[in-house]
Design a protein around this ligand. Structure first.
Ligand code: UDX
Ligand code: ADP
Length: 475
């Protein structure tokens, strides 16, 4: 096995694979990196000359792509060729929650992991280090290992080129929207494995920009489990603070004041204490469901139901917000235009997976309101997929049965609306010109601010009725 890796292949050009490989390419110009994906459209977007068309949006990403692409970083659909040339193969494919069969709704669907393990088994040559990057249920490395072993055993029998595989777990802790910063300045890099030399090969790559004390090595299972638990703990903090946001609204306290006061206790810490419409993103819910599945599998029912509550509070928070909007607007939103600001699951990403906006918008449409949805980065087609319905055309807008349209600007979204609902924390929503917006709205004009982006005093002064999450002074 090569201690100094020369060629990397990364399977999966998504939110994890793309930025992670871009960072390695930038920091290690001596390594050739090929990112492969079966999705031709996605690869064509990674190769687009216009860097504004990259398939994912991350601050700082296009600068790195422009520097490294076609020098030591390549995007391709030729999975076979690049696996067979690689010393190290990263698995960065998707692992969504299973929709049917055993474990449906909780367990991860490992069909993509399995299919790419088979591809690695088939095409790899000689000694190959295989690195799990996707978040996976504990002991997935075992599954990958046994698939790979079946290929080396097959070739051994046929007296062909002897394949050998070394499996490592190297979970990614980057958050979307700050992926490049997180990759460049990780709190820690975790490498799990049982072969010292393979661990050292991967460690040597990170040492190009990460200091040694931040690189933690452990066994495979602890590494896999740590990733699930890190996400579960973060999600639990969000659900905890969101549960208290409701209590603040009932007791005239203010959630931001409470969060600040408790966060200054170093034992609690200030991060992940921002209340909002609920956590979204591809990982939190999926990982907790996975944790619940594992706990139930091992007969730990109480532990499973403890973590179930974190998800239930998250769903409750979204329902609670919709109910507040309807109640405040005199119990009826049918036929009313509502401006939705923000559709991504948080600021600085175009990702909408598990975005609270999906449930809140669907429920408001169900109530008969017509939504004008604006997001700085989410495209119309994505919203259509998420809401499962086409936008209304101009003739059927407004529509008593509810529906939505896409807005290309904040002004277009707000014009003639009865209410503004802020759902993601994009910078632009902290700087809204409330004075001019109220002039183009219908009366009475409402703001429902689920991200505390609006100065409530100023909003009241210009004439808005305002509800701001967790602010008990606004009764
Ligand atoms: C998360 C983990 O942070 C990351 O380590 C892991 O690799 C993947 O999952 P991500 O989903 O990109 O990252 O976003 P994150 O910033 O963690 O936010 C998750 C959700 O929680 C968002 O919907 C966000 O709005 C919400 N959130 C976060 C809050 O509501 N309040 C907070 O204080 C923090
Ligand atoms: P993540 O957020 O984990 O990066 P994404 O869904 O954004 O997840 O990306 C995963 C990518 O993996 C997708 O673009 C998908 O097409 C790709 N993929 C899944 N299975 C395979 C496979 N067997 N070979 C190549 N690419 C794959």
């Amino acid at each position: 096995m090569k201690l100094i890796v020369e060629k990397i292949c990364c399977i999966g050009a998504g939110y994890v694979g793309g930025p992670t490989m871009a960072m390695i390419a930038e920091k290690c110009p001596q390594i050739e990196i090929n990112v492969v994906d079966i999705n031709e459209y996605r690869i064509s977007k990674w190769n687009d000359i216009d860097l504004n068309n990259l398939p994912i949006y991350e601050p700082g990403l296009k600068e790195i792509i422009s520097k490294c692409r076609n020098k030591n970083l390549f995007f391709s659909t030729d999975v076979k060729k690049h696996i067979s040339n690689a010393d190290m193969v990263f698995i960065s494919v998707n692992t969504p929650t299973k929709e049917k069969g055993v474990g449906a709704g909780q367990a991860s669907d490992l069909k993509w992991i399995e299919s790419c393990s088979r591809q690695i088994g088939e095409f790899a040559k000689g000694e190959t280090i295989v690195v799990e990057k996707s978040t996976l249920p504990v002991r997935t490395a075992e599954t990958i290992g046994s698939i790979l072993k079946s290929f080396s055993d097959r070739d051994k029998k046929a007296k062909k080129d002897q394949k050998k595989f070394f499996i490592l777990s190297n979970p990614e802790f980057l958050a979307e929207g700050t992926a490049i910063f997180d990759l460049e300045n990780p709190d820690r890099v975790l490498i799990g494995g049982n072969n010292e030399r393979a661990i050292d090969s991967l460690k040597k790559i990170y040492l190009n920009w990460v200091s040694e004390e931040k690189i933690l090595t452990t066994d495979l299972w602890s590494s896999e489990l740590s990733k699930l638990i890190a996400n579960a703990f973060l999600a639990q903090r969000v659900s905890s603070i969101n549960s208290i946001s409701a209590l603040c609204e009932s007791t005239q306290a203010n959630i931001n004041e409470v969060a600040k006061a408790i966060g200054m206790d170093l034992r609690i810490g200030k991060h992940f204490l921002k209340s909002g419409p609920g956590f979204g993103g591809s990982c939190f819910k999926k990982d907790i469901l996975n944790l619940i599945y594992i706990c139930n599998h091992y007969g730990l029912k109480e532990v499973a139901s403890y973590w179930e509550k974190v998800i239930q509070i998250n769903e409750w928070q979204q329902k609670r917000i919709t109910k507040i909007i309807v109640d405040r607007m005199f119990g009826n939103v049918a036929g009313k235009k509502i401006s939705i600001l923000g559709f991504s699951f948080k600021a600085n990403t175009n990702d909408t997976r598990e975005s609270p906006a999906i449930n809140i918008c669907s429920d408001l449409i169900e109530e008969g309101s017509y939504l004008s949805i604006y997001d700085p980065k989410v495209e119309l087609q994505q919203i259509q997929i998420d809401l499962g319905m086409k936008p209304l055309d101009d003739n059927s807008w407004p529509n008593k049965n509810g529906g939505w349209q896409f807005a290309y600007s904040i002004k277009e979204s707000v014009e003639n609306s009865d209410a503004i609902v802020i759902l993601s924390d994009w910078d632009d929503f902290f700087k809204l010109d409330l004075k001019s917006l109220i002039n183009i709205m219908r009366n009475p004009s409402w703001i429902f601010d689920t991200r505390n982006t609006i100065d409530t005093k100023q909003a009241k002064a210009v004439g808005f009725n305002i509800w701001s999450l967790g602010d008990g002074s606004l009764i």
